[in-house]
Design a protein around this ligand. Sequence first.
Ligand SMILES: Nc1ncnc2c1ncn2[C@@H]1O[C@H](COP(=O)(O)OP(=O)(O)O)[C@@H](O)[C@H]1O
Ligand SMILES: [Mg+2]
Length: 416
Amino acid sequence: MQARGNGHRDVLENYYNKDTLHHIALMESEADTEVAITDENHNVIIASAKLDPEELKIINMKPESVPRNGAILEKRWKSEKFISTVTPYYVNKRTQGYLYMFRSTDQVQVLINELNNHFIAAALITVTLLVLTILFLSQALTNPLIRMKKATEKLSKGDFSVHLPEMGNDELGELSRSIKILAKDLQHVKEERKEFLASISHELRTPLTYVKGYADVAKRPNIDSKEREKYLEIIYEESEKLSDMIKDLFDLAKIDKNTFVINRTEVELCSYLHTIYDKVLPAFKEKGMDLQINCNEQVSVYIDPMRFEQVIFNLLDNAIKYSGPNTVTNISMNRMRDSIVIKICDQGNGIPEEDLPYIFERFYRVEKSRSRDSGGTGLGLSIVKELIEAQDGIIEVTSRLSEGTTFTIRMKEMKE
Ligand SMILES: Nc1ncnc2c1ncn2[C@@H]1O[C@H](COP(=O)(O)OP(=O)(O)O)[C@@H](O)[C@H]1O
Ligand SMILES: [Mg+2]
């Protein structure tokens, strides 16, 4: 309104005459606003419409020292009938009069009421949508979560038959998949433990049956001393076997419980392997076999010397057990691009292809009867594997029947 008043003022100042006054009044009579032009004493010269007493009241307040760009006289649109601005106009550089603009607040009230209604409607719609969204989201989120909670409760009670629906690729889906994998793993562990316990009791029972049976026979009074000696020898061997197996089992249990400590240090591999070589060579000679070693490079690895020795002993022990006389077993070491490769290669019986994937499993023996005779427990390689993995290494096997077997250990090189 003030800007409009200023616009009229410019016209008025440029062409101050009766026609212009009329023209402005006429223009305003077509608009929502009203105009009243007064002289310098606030006496109305012309108005666009008949002035309301309220409008006259505003004019009669006779505002003083109004700035050139006008001022707002009444802005209380809520309580007053009119809002109003005033702009002075000058002719010949002195105040000639004032130009009042009025606007009935009825229209403003209606407009504001309408706007208010719109706001209320918008607010209601927003709140409803918000409530619906929250309800939907909480359903979509809490339902699967409740199902997963129930599933984990079932798991903790030992029931591994978990059924969770397929969910998307979001975090919930991932959680659901993890729970399913966990259930599967737990199921596997449970079955493995059952199997393990079954095989332990079986493996322990067999030598004990021997011990008991031969002890029974040896106890008989009418037996001659030579025979008794033979039986006692068998009893002794079987007890030896039992104590070996219990020692192995104990090792495994310690690895399983993660209570066993690995003391890794920097070890110079070749001189270390040579020391082992010297220790085991007599055992090979005793069986008419030979052992060779190819290791000349200077290589450092980060291992637990005791545990690593256990690994090499176990592998060489197998080489002795499962090879015939006049065969050669070879220990070699090679530095590859990103690892150190130790190979133990024998010319023994070899392992059938179908057995290869299982030989690192507990109690797994290729020929149960044959290795019974040679006193195996079937635990050696499973211990080897656990020990190598505990030292961040990898062990693999390749074998050809009646040609020989090669065990390959890969370790990381230790570099300064
Ligand atoms: N060097 C080898 N040559 C042929 N067979 C082997 C060799 N090493 C292991 N095996 C086979 O793998 C099985 C598992 O070995 P291991 O775990 O050391 O048990 P164990 O030596 O007590 O029988 C052995 O029973 C044997 O059949
Ligand atoms: Mg063995």
